[in-house]
Design a protein around this ligand. Structure first.
Ligand SMILES: Cc1cc2nc3c(=O)[nH]c(=O)nc-3n(C[C@H](O)[C@H](O)[C@H](O)COP(=O)(O)OP(=O)(O)OC[C@H]3O[C@@H](n4cnc5c(N)ncnc54)[C@H](O)[C@@H]3O)c2cc1C
Ligand SMILES: CC(C)=CCC/C(C)=C/CC/C(C)=C/CSC[C@H](N)C(=O)O
Length: 483
């Protein structure tokens, strides 16, 4: 893998999208290609993308990606490298509401919760913890492979390298099928697992087994977020990468031929990126392009011109999730509480019921100046509500005794999972790469960062023809002997 000196570095690299995927890609590209290669990052909206805050009564709250797992090592590394801080997380009490009553409620007594869980679900919760841990453990091999610079040319190859046939199997079946096969009870799946899928991905137990496991990991203890907002990771990475931010919407990419390369050799192929900015339509040419935004019409909406064979459209839809923030007094009797003064929950999860118009609601703290959780009945609190459709005024009035303000954000949030889903390719064309296909395995900040590092490594190895660093089999065994 030592041929890089035989080839010129690329003239210019483009990254499209400045979410966590695009900004971490710029960071990893800089690490690989060195300090002199110009990197342009295009963003049509705000840096951060699906990492965003909304303001309610003078305080900012996470409205998109909010929690990070303690074993998300890329995110951890970014926060450390950028000198960002992580506030202390706060506990709370969760209840699962079925539309009529709570089928499970936590209490402030740890031992009592343990007995209740055992009573309701036997050993299922403990076994689930172990099941998720086993999947996470396999997933974590990616950090070793990437630390040794190995890259994969497809999402299937990447996941196969981590978890073998078992990973491909759980990707192709629903979380319900995966867990039933592993011996979990239907009651446990219908209540606890469904509730977690609904709060995290706004979908039920029909999502694939891998994203299902990621979602369950998203209910682990020790989750964290960034003081000031998770989007600070994106602005920090962009700065650290010394990339140039170009504010504009990329509308098309076309392959063009330039007559002479810098080496004086024959014609070279470039990608011409056309974008719409405040100064009108503009164009720039690149050797390498990374696309870090979902290639669906409702999102990136980029046209690929004159590619042969044509670059096909990935028409699988994203799932709409609406996030509503309300500052008010919760109406505990709506949730079946005969004596609302006993209501102490800070998080309400739900299970499937056609009459339910929310997926979950929970109290939240601002991204700065977090205060300790007060009894939600004693003082008005800010509640974050996830629902499939925007809430009507009447619905908000049902949920709250009184409220003074609210704000809404509608997201094309993550894929609408319906396994078996096809993964879009990573290599769209010889030097054009796509990061967001990995979301069809699971959408999470760390998944975007993993995909970004993989795409940066892949772009680098393919540029310098280090083919022995791509799609290598038995990495697990090989790295064992290398240590
Ligand atoms: C409500 C919600 C809650 C979530 N909660 C969590 C969580 O708690 N933990 C977690 O890990 N993950 C969570 N996620 C998922 C996580 O936020 C995403 O997986 C991740 O942020 C995706 O990052 P990305 O950079 O790949 O895409 P994006 O953040 O979507 O970035 C793409 C960027 O590209 C820009 N763009 C698009 N098209 C163009 C164009 N044509 N030209 C120029 N720019 C363009 C967009 O404006 C955007 O900024 C959540 C997502 C949502 C919506
Ligand atoms: C990628 C790996 C291995 C782990 C990530 C685990 C994780 C943090 C999952 C969360 C995924 C997700 C889409 C959460 C959405 S909602 C989060 C929260 N309930 C909120 O209020 O915003």
């Amino acid at each position: 893998s030592g041929t890089q000196e035989l080839r010129y570095p690329p003239n210019r690299i483009a990254v499209i999208g400045a979410g966590i995927g695009g900004t971490s890609a710029a960071y990893f590209l800089r690490q690989k290609f060195g300090k002199d290669v110009p990197i342009d990052v295009y963003e049509r909206g705000v840096v951060g993308g699906r990492l965003a805050t909304v303001n309610l009564e003078g305080e900012d709250y996470e409205a998109g990606g909010s929690v990070i797992h303690p074993l998300n090592l890329h995110m951890k590394h970014f926060v450390k490298e950028l000198g960002l801080s992580v506030p202390k997380s706060q506990g709370g009490l969760m209840g699962i509401y079925n539309g009529d009553e709570f089928v499970f409620e936590e209490s402030s007594w740890y031992i009592w919760n343990f007995i209740k869980l055992l009573w309701h679900y036997g050993l299922n919760p403990l076994r689930m913890y172990m099941w998720v841990e086993e999947i996470l453990d396999k997933f974590m091999s990616i950090y070793r492979y990437q630390a040794h610079d190995y890259a994969f040319s497809s999402t299937e190859d990447l996941l196969h390298a981590l978890g073998g046939a078992e990973f491909l199997q759980i990707l192709n079946e629903t979380i319900e099928e995966s867990m039933l096969k592993s011996g979990f009870s239907q009651k446990f799946i219908n209540e606890i697992v469904t509730a977690v899928m609904r709060v995290n991905y706004g979908q039920g137990i029909t999502i694939n087994g891998f994203v299902g496991a990621v979602s369950l990991a998203g209910a682990d203890s020790g989750l964290w977020s960034v003081e000031g907002g998770n989007k600070l990771v994106c602005t920090g990475l962009l700065y650290a990468s010394k990339a140039q931010l170009i504010s504009g919407a990329v509308i098309s990419i076309e392959e063009k031929t330039r007559e002479k390369g810098r080496s004086g050799g024959g014609a070279v192929k470039l990608y011409e990126v056309t974008y719409n900015s405040t100064s009108g339509l503009q164009r720039d040419a690149y050797d390498i392009v990374l696309i870090a935004a979902p290639l669906v019409r409702k999102n990136a909406n980029i046209t690929f011109l004159n590619f042969s064979p044509p670059i096909s459209e990935f028409s699988n839809p994203y799932h709409q999730t609406v996030v509503t923030f309300v500052h008010g007094h919760i109406n505990a009797s709506f949730f079946g509480y005969k004596d609302p003064s006993h209501f102490q929950l800070t998080d309400i999860f739900t299970i499937e019921n056609p009459k339910l118009f929310i997926n979950s609601m929970g109290t939240v703290s601002p991204v700065k100046n977090r205060k300790t959780v007060l009894n939600p009945l004693l003082s008005p609190r800010v509640w974050k509500i996830f629902s499939p459709q925007p809430l009507t005024k009447e619905q908000i009035k049902l949920l709250f005794l009184s409220y003074d303000s609210n704000t809404v954000k509608i997201w094309q949030a993550y894929p609408h999972y319906s396994p078996p889903d096809k993964f879009p390719p990573i290599i769209l064309h010889s030097r054009m790469y796509y990061l967001n296909g990995i979301e069809w395995a699971a959408s999470a900040m760390e998944m975007s960062a993993v995909s970004a590092k993989n795409a940066a490594l892949l772009a680098y190895h393919r540029w310098y023809e280090n083919m022995d660093m791509i799609d290598q089999e038995d990495l697990h065994e090989r790295l064992k002997t290398e240590l």
